[in-house]
Design a protein. Structure first.
Length: 132
């Protein structure tokens, strides 16, 4: 799903982020059970990679993606909140940050994330802002 949302036309290997294969990386997938369907539908995914933020241990959110047909239904916010809650329950590291495009400002603000006054250009992905 992440490849289809962020890297259309690329291979799975080309859609990997540095650290995706790290044994400490956590990858979450959200599925919907649809009436009359044998298989659940993948509607959201996110990766959380352990590292540093301002010299402190922190989880970095990478590649939060929601299936296009299910955007605007609070699935992404519910899914992200559940993933963050799980990380905080299972690990002693509770500082979480992400770099997100400016058009996601309202999404993260609604969830209580704070905008950090850092703007940078991510190669191939445009202007991003850091949020914690």
């Amino acid at each position: 799903m992440r490849r289809d949302v962020f890297f259309p036309g690329k291979t799975l290997d080309q859609a990997r982020y540095p650290g995706d294969l790290d044994p400490m990386a956590c990858h979450f997938a959200g599925y919907l059970k649809l009436k009359g369907q044998a298989d659940d539908l993948l509607v959201a995914c996110v990766s959380m990679l352990i590292g540093q933020y301002e010299s402190r241990p922190a989880w970095r959110i990478r590649g939060l993606a929601v299936h296009e047909a299910y955007r605007g239904l609070d699935i992404g916010s519910t899914f992200l909140n559940d993933a963050v809650r799980r990380i905080c329950m299972d690990t002693p590291v509770h500082l979480i940050w992400c770099a997100a495009k400016d058009d996601t400002y309202g999404f993260y603000e609604k969830l209580g994330w704070k905008l950090v006054d850092e703007v940078y250009l991510m190669q191939g992905a445009g202007t991003h802002f850091k949020r914690v």
